[in-house]
Design a protein around this ligand. Sequence first.
Ligand code: NAD
Ligand code: IPM
Ligand code: MN
Length: 351
Amino acid sequence: SRSVKLAVIRGDGIGPEVVAEAVKVLDAVVAGSELSIEKTEFSLGAARYLETGDVLTDTDLESIASHDAILLGAIGGVPGDPRLRDANIERGLLLKLRFSLDHYVNLRPTKVYPGVPSPLANAGNVDFVVVREGTEGPYVGNGGAIRVGTRAEVANEVSVNTAYGVERVVRHAFEIATQRRNKLTLVHKINVLTFAGKLWQRIVTEVAAEYPQVAVDYLHVDAATIFLVTDPARFDVIVTDNLFGDILTDLAGAISGGIGLAASANINPDGTFPSMFEPVHGSAPDIAGKQIADPTAAILSTALLLEHLGAPELAHRVVRAVDADIAGRSGSARTTAEVGDAIAALVTAAQ
Ligand code: NAD
Ligand code: IPM
Ligand code: MN
């Protein structure tokens, strides 16, 4: 038997509600397996900040880094809450984790589940994965503002793209393509963001030469949003920068039948640091505390976790249970906990 140390960050809003169900399913699937999971809870997020003034202490970061993996719900308060104006929970907590733990591959798979009403009339056979760069781009915070608060204010946000950073994520995306349908689409905005665009394009071209079996194409990000709606089945692997990847994956969640279905993995492929598994969605303050959030994204994030931990058969069991649960969804309302109970029961029955 093998023991894995899992850091659990439930977070804010619906975070704790969906993580409760993810943990329920995770416990059910590892029960009786050779894997045991030892959890440590970290109380972090907007609520913790409002209580103690802490966003992410060095002690918490060190402790989290000593785990084998991280499961995160969602963090963040109500957008616009004046008490959070100067806190920057997203940057100081979520991005600090992704950057400090070198999560350079942000993996966001999408498929349209049979039985789930997609907003697209004829979605087709949708099954693609967005490989979002996770440590660079406009997210690095390399900007600044001058004459703040005056009519002469200038606020700059700088997108940082390094050859090292682009190459490692592009290589990873090609590797994933070879395990899928051998198709890779670079999404960028090379017609306007010419410096970063040239770098991304050159590296994709160079790496493509090592993967002759992979068909490569390119789309500007604006056009990519058209095809995600009109012909999402054309995509297999999309590789893109941090900000484009953020935007495209909310859209991907919506076309797949709801953002409550979209799972993600922030991976450090080198294994130097623990990888982090979380739904694509946020803390959803508009529905928090009502037990109406869909916990499927958080549950599917545990499948990505199990895959990463080298337990693919347990991961498949979670995915099959989710598939079965989704196929049986009638549209009648269930609570967050009822969805988790149903999927946990399916996982147990499949043992
Ligand atoms: P959001 O994803 O929280 O919500 C957008 C919409 O999707 C809302 O209408 C919400 O009710 C709905 N939704 C989200 N998850 C759902 C689920 N599981 N089931 C059903 N409906 C769901 O995005 P937002 O409103 O822009 O952000 C809210 C807060 O979350 C902000 O503070 C933001 O910074 C933060 N955020 C955190 C993360 C994260 O922790 N990884 C991700 C995104 C946003
Ligand atoms: C996500 C979120 C985060 C991001 C925010 C909360 C920093 O939107 O995980 O998609 O932009 O990456
Ligand atoms: Mn997002």
